[in-house]
Design a protein around this ligand. Structure first.
Ligand SMILES: C[S@@+](CC[C@H](N)C(=O)[O-])C[C@H]1O[C@@H](n2cnc3c(N)ncnc32)[C@H](O)[C@@H]1O
Length: 181
């Protein structure tokens, strides 16, 4: 299942932390990468540092034009899911999304906003999905969408080429350093 996150409306002076968390949640919960429609190499750097240490192949691409990315994604047969509190309830559309994703024919682009999202995005999306119709957070909305879509399987993913790995324990902390000097 190929999933890519598109982050819109990032304001470098106030959204650094939230956008970094959007990327970290995407990475940890099964997305292949994040497209950032803004120039903020700091966000890109932070997420890449995490990936180098903790493994996997998550990509971050900054400075993209969101309209071009959505258009290209759709031309290549992908589907677009825009997370918005104004959309249809996730429980009413998740089966349709899962079927589409499992068919393997279409990758899914998940669009999350920061400030007001341009109306064109609502029109371009195959699904406008609300994780409940109350305002909350793009980080929470993304996490829940990824989890519902993949039915929890992403939580057992193995991250390749990690330099550090956690050994789950009921109490205490155990980590293995596998860094090759
Ligand atoms: C803090 S909200 C701001 C939304 C903005 N005021 C607007 O009217 O579009 C930022 C992002 O969080 C996500 N979000 C917030 N609440 C949501 C919900 N209930 N369901 C899905 N996504 C949500 C959306 O992607 C939204 O663009």
């Amino acid at each position: 299942m190929e999933i890519v996150v598109l982050r819109l409306g990032h304001r470098p002076e106030r959204d650094k932390r939230v956008t970094t968390h959007v990327g970290l949640v995407g990475r940890a919960l099964g997305a292949r990468g994040m497209l950032l429609a803004a120039d903020d190499r700091g966000v890109e750097r932070s997420i890449k540092e995490v990936t180098k240490l903790w493994g996997g192949n998550f990509f971050v691409k900054t400075g993209v034009k969101w309209g071009d990315e959505i258009k290209r994604w759709k031309q290549e047969g992908g589907k677009v899911c825009h997370l918005t509190m104004y959309g249809e309830n996730i429980l009413d559309v998740i089966d349709e999304m899962r079927e589409e994703a499992k068919s393997g024919k279409a990758g899914i682009m998940v669009v999350v906003g920061a400030e007001k999202v341009p109306y064109e995005v609502f029109g371009a999306a195959d699904w406008n999905i609300a994780v409940g119709n109350q305002p909350h957070s793009e980080i929470a909305a993304l996490a829940l969408l990824l989890d519902y879509l993949q039915e929890g399987k992403e939580l057992k993913a193995v991250f390749e080429h990690a330099e550090i790995e956690i050994v789950p324990k009921r109490r205490g902390k155990k980590v293995i350093m596998t860094r090759k000097e």
